[in-house]
Design a protein around this ligand. Structure first.
Ligand code: ZN
Length: 249
C-alpha cells in the first residue's frame, strides 16, 4: 500500500474495529430531476454494493419519470433539494436559494409546495428532509422547517443540530473550477473524518456526490471509496430513513 493517505484510512478503520466501534456511513447524491444514463450508473453502483442511497431531488424540475425509475429501487430515499435550485444572491455573494434575501415566509411557501410535490410523486420513498441547494440556509428558515413538515435537515460539514445529518466527503472540488478530488485528497479527508469518529464523535459520516457532473475520474474514485467502505467490519450503512428518525417518523 504505497499511498500514505489510504494507509491512514485503513489504520483508522482498523483502530475502530479493534475498539469494537463502527462508523455510521451514508451516501447523498444531489440534483436529480429525471432518469439519465448518469443516474442509471449511480443506481447500478448503489446496487452493486447493496448500499442505501439518498437522492436529493429538485421539486420544481422533477416529475413522474423519475418517480417511475426509482420505484423499483427500494434502498433509495428521496430528500427535498430546495425548491427550484435558483440562486437569489448577488454575483458578489455565495450562491444561495434559501438565504436571507427574501422574507422567510416566501421561502417557506416555496418549500411547502416542494414538499407536497415530492410527497405526491415519490410516496413512501420521500423523506421530509431538506437538503438546501449549495448546502446553505438562513438560520430563520432552518428554524421554521418543522412548521411546514420538514423534520430533518442535511448540509455539509459537522452537524450543528439534532435533526441534522450531514455530509463530509464531497468527491468534487468546486473552486475555482469544478474538478474531481484526487485520490490523495479524498482519502485524506476520509481519514480525518474517521479519526474524528475514533476520538469519540459518533456523527454519521456522509459521502456527497453529484452524478450529473461526474467524469470518469469521479466515478472511479467513488467506486474505490465504496468498495473500501461497503463491507468493512468497522462500517455500518443504515437505511436513510433510520438515520433521520426520530426526527422523521
Ligand atoms: Zn444542488
Amino acid at each position: 500500500m504505497s499511498e500514505p493517505e489510504l494507509r491512514r484510512v485503513h489504520e483508522a478503520l482498523a483502530a475502530l474495529e479493534a475498539h469494537g466501534r463502527r462508523v455510521t456511513l451514508w451516501w447523498r447524491d444531489d440534483d436529480a430531476v429525471a432518469p439519465t444514463p448518469a443516474l442509471d450508473r449511480l443506481l447500478a453502483l448503489a446496487g452493486r454494493f447493496e448500499l442505501p442511497l439518498a437522492l436529493a431531488v429538485i421539486p420544481a424540475q422533477t416529475g413522474p419519470a423519475l418517480a417511475a425509475r426509482l420505484a423499483a429501487t427500494p434502498r433509495v430515499a428521496v430528500l427535498q433539494h430546495g425548491w427550484q435550485h435558483r440562486n437569489h444572491a448577488s454575483r458578489a455573494e455565495k450562491k444561495v436559494e434559501l438565504g436571507a434575501h427574501r422574507p422567510v415566509d416566501a421561502v417557506l411557501d416555496e418549500l411547502r409546495h416542494g414538499r407536497e410535490r415530492l410527497a405526491g410523486l415519490f410516496r413512501e420513498q420521500f423523506l421530509p428532509v431538506l437538503v438546501p441547494p449549495w448546502n446553505r440556509i438562513a438560520p430563520g428558515v432552518a428554524a421554521a422547517l418543522p412548521s411546514i413538515g420538514l423534520a430533518g435537515l442535511s448540509t455539509y460539514g459537522a452537524a450543528a443540530a439534532t435533526n441534522q445529518v450531514n455530509t463530509h466527503l464531497d468527491i468534487l472540488a468546486w473552486k475555482p473550477v469544478r474538478r474531481p478530488l484526487s485520490r490523495a485528497e479524498a482519502f485524506s479527508l476520509l481519514a480525518a473524518e474517521l479519526e474524528r469518529r475514533l476520538a469519540g464523535d459518533d456523527e454519521p459520516l456522509g459521502i456527497l456526490t453529484h452524478h450529473l457532473v461526474h467524469d470518469e475520474a469521479s466515478w472511479t474514485l467513488l467506486g474505490d471509496l465504496l468498495s473500501l467502505l461497503a463491507t468493512h467490519p468497522a462500517a455500518t450503512w443504515p437505511l436513510v430513513s433510520s438515520l433521520f428518525s426520530p426526527a422523521v417518523p
